[in-house]
Design a protein around this ligand. Structure first.
Ligand code: GLA
Length: 727
């Protein structure tokens, strides 16, 4: 199986199908990191070097040995106070007000199955698919224990990590910093790949060399954020899509986070992922524990595509849950870009009538259906159906839509409140406002204090009483601002509130998925402001971006694809000119780009010509034909749309029998040179038929020389080639 302990060498080795991870309990009880990389056997402790390094102190136990220093040794869980002057994974303020933690090995155990985390999302697996390693470390000075958890899923090349801190026998301590995943590399030259962005332009790919000093990304917004995504990659300088070493860390958490990559004075690299240190100071009374969220890690020796495919497979099948996780998702029409707040029950029914004629499966009523919500200014918090606006009850509206043969979905934003709402007038202290200060407004709304159970309970009940009014089959869970003014009236420390908020959010979501197991929930935060592995545990799809422009989406979906499966990427065909950019694109292009996601529509169908409606019918037929291949196939990025003349990507079935290549031209010039799109992942030297043209191709040539991009069509054209192996 996956985890082996060598008593003599005191090594613990985690094997997956293609990777190996090794640690060693050294002579003083420190838990050293030895190796993470391509699958290999044996003891790797020869990688450790010991030299007398000036100003790198030595633990007392080392006696006169000046060559032993935590400042230069690779570690599993470096903490402040051992003589390691690099950034630590853990900082604790002890009961005696000191900041030292010196964690040493106490015991370990190996169990079948994957650990679960109370109140937190986590990768899950059947007992025969996974093993768990638990290593108990303790700081004898404070009595604090650190329990390191490693989940190993051999078939998936996935290792997960989480840490539990237990305040054993001291008074109140404060956890100031906690990064459950730390990877110390003794050599190598690396790039730090991160995904930065802003509202409506999320997850842009950035690759920069790890230098001396620390590169740090993160979110101080209380949610994972548009600004940086909580997932990073460390790759060798030479690593490409198909070759070279790379490591991923994806945080299964939806709150503030930070990831640090840095090179130390001895040219060693440390990569970490964990909770944001800002506004974090989590108190633990004697006997209390703190469980960190987990980090999903993967390694590929075959480049970035393989790394992404490992993550995709794991997240799709072992993180997402519910009946939709592997199912082709319903094609939906969302009312937002069709009519924003400006609708009536009648106009919605008219839109739904158009949608059903085109073959769309589900109608989603977006923002504006509750309280006095006719604009951004009011109504959030008042989860009561505005029957006057709808001209009927919600049950009646749903009934009529179901009678047309469509499913019904609804938008909610449970974590928020407008000052102009009955809820705020009744419970002003439920919103984050610091006494004596005026709060920051964002989209004219405040954030509810979800660290308080009574707040979560109240909103949960009012949302349930809406969902119980009819056959709701989909919910879009939105969150339209960043958190500020953190203050909770009932908390014993304000440094715990942001994390407790996320626990409150997860508690709500867990209750929701248990009570409505058949509802498909789509996450959203102004588009992709909370697109993270934590949310995927509850919401198997997430609205990728408020930017529906097909050309901008090429970059957004490109960045997203490094970490997240296509089945999670909410993508819709919207109007042209596009509402966010004003750009004009062909309907075909918008269709092809939205197909590289969960696929749906978000525009006023009443405005379409009959030719456009015919084209949409054809798009829907196409999508249904390829949906399984798209959602479950291996995903390959064929170009980088940030720099290339075109965006191109590909889905290949696991058995390599068929492949769908999609491409969109971005740049146009006169007398244009021809770009060749190199197809990937096919079986070598085999004949494939392109099903549209019927032409036969040798797969090796398709992969070595590529397929010519047409150049003479107009701007932003989309192309699609479907190859099937000739058996
Ligand atoms: C956010 C979402 C949009 C839409 C609006 C409604 O911006 O991302 O899709 O639901 O809220 O207010």
């Amino acid at each position: 199986m996956g985890i082996l302990y060598d008593k003599q060498k005191k090594t613990i080795t985690l094997h997956t199908k293609n990777t190996t991870y090794q640690m060693q309990i050294d002579r003083y009880g420190f838990l050293l990191h030895l190796y993470y990389g391509k699958r290999a056997e044996g003891c790797m402790d020869y990688l450790l070097t010991f030299y007398d390094r000036g100003f790198s102190g030595n633990p007392y136990d080392a006696g006169n040995d000046k060559t032993y220093s935590m400042d230069s040794l690779p570690q599993e869980f470096p903490s402040l106070g051992t003589g390691d002057y690099r950034n630590p994974a853990c900082i604790i303020k002890n009961a005696d007000l000191t900041y030292c933690s010196d964690f040493r090995y106490v015991s370990h155990s190996i169990k079948d199955g994957k650990y679960a985390l109370q109140g937190l999302p986590a990768v899950y697996a059947a007992d025969e698919e996974a093993q768990t390693l638990e290593v108990v470390l303790a700081d004898s000075g404070s009595g604090v224990k650190a329990v390191l958890l490693y989940g190993v899923l051999p078939k998936y090349d996935i290792i997960t990590r989480s840490v539990k801190l237990i305040n054993g026998n001291s008074g109140r301590i404060t956890v100031k910093k906690l990064a459950p995943a730390c990877l110390d590399m003794v050599g190598g030259e690396y790039d730090f790949i991160t995904f930065y962005g802003r509202h409506a332009m999320e997850r842009n790919y950035q690759r920069m060399p790890v230098g001396h000093g620390v590169s740090k990304i993160g979110s101080l917004r209380g949610s994972s954020s548009h600004q940086y995504n909580p997932a990073v990659i460390l790759a060798d300088h030479e690593t490409t899509e198909d070759t070279g070493s790379c490591y991923a860390m994806a945080f299964v958490y939806s709150g503030g986070f930070q990831s640090e990559a840095g090179r130390d004075q001895y040219y060693q690299t440390r990569l970490m992922m964990g909770l944001s240190e800002e506004q974090f100071a989590y108190p633990l009374q004697q006997g209390e524990e703190f469980q960190s969220p987990e980090v999903i890690m993967s390694y590929s020796s075959e480049g970035l595509s393989k790394l992404s495919q490992n993550l995709h497979r794991c997240m799709r099948t072992h993180l997402c849950r519910g009946k939709y996780k592997e199912a082709v998702r319903p094609i939906l029409l969302n009312s937002w870009e069709a009519s924003y707040f400006d609708f009536t029950g009648e106009s919605l029914l008219k839109l739904a009538g158009q949608a059903v004629e085109l073959g769309i499966d589900m109608f989603v009523m977006d923002d504006g259906w509750f309280g006095e919500r006719d604009s951004e200014f009011r109504g959030l918090g008042d989860w009561k159906v505005n029957e006057k606006k709808l001209g009927c009850t919600l049950g009646e509206l749903i009934g009529k839509i179901n009678d047309m043969g469509m499913k019904f979905g609804i938008w909610i934003e449970p974590e928020m409140v407008n000052e102009d709402s009955d809820l705020y007038r009744e419970h002003p202290d439920w919103a984050f406002v610091i006494p004596g200060r005026r709060p920051n407004r964002s989209r004219h709304q405040l954030v509810l204090d979800f660290s308080r159970k009574e707040v979560v309970d109240h909103i949960f009940d009012s949302i349930c009483s809406v969902l119980d009014q009819g056959n709701v089959e989909y919910v879009k869970w939105d969150m339209n601002r960043s958190i500020a003014d953190v203050y909770s009236a009932t908390a014993d420390s304000q440094g715990r509130v942001l994390h407790d908020y996320v626990l409150g959010l997860y508690d709500f979501l867990e209750r929701l998925v248990n009570r409505y197991p058949d509802i498909l929930i789509e996450g959203c935060s102004g588009g992709g402001g909370r697109f993270d592995a934590g949310m995927l545990y509850y919401t198997p799809q997430i609205w990728c971006s408020d930017n529906t422009d097909a050309i901008d989406r090429l970059e957004i979906q490109y960045g997203t694809s490094f970490i997240y499966p296509v089945s999670s990427v909410g993508a819709h065909v919207s109007a042209s000119p596009n509402h966010q950019t004003g750009r004009i694109t062909p309907l075909k292009t918008r269709g092809v780009v939205a197909m590289a996601g969960t696929f749906g529509y978000e525009l006023d169908l009443n405005e379409l010509s009959s030719a456009e409606k015919d084209e949409i019918r054809e798009q829907i037929t196409q999508y249904r034909k390829f949906a399984k291949l798209i959602q479950q196939g291996l995903y390959y990025r064929l170009t980088n749309p940030q720099t290339a003349n075109e965006g191109a990507w590909e889905f290949v079935s696991e058995d390599r029998r068929e492949a769908l290549v999609q491409a969109v031209s971005i740049k146009k010039h006169a007398n244009m040179t021809v770009d060749y799109i190199k197809v990937r992942g096919l079986e070598e030297n085999t004949i494939y038929r392109e099903t549209e043209s019927g032409k036969l191709y040798n797969s090796t040539v398709l992969m070595e020389s590529g397929f010519p991009m047409p150049i003479m069509d107009g701007e932003y054209q989309a192309y699609q080639w479907h190859f099937v192996r000739e058996d």
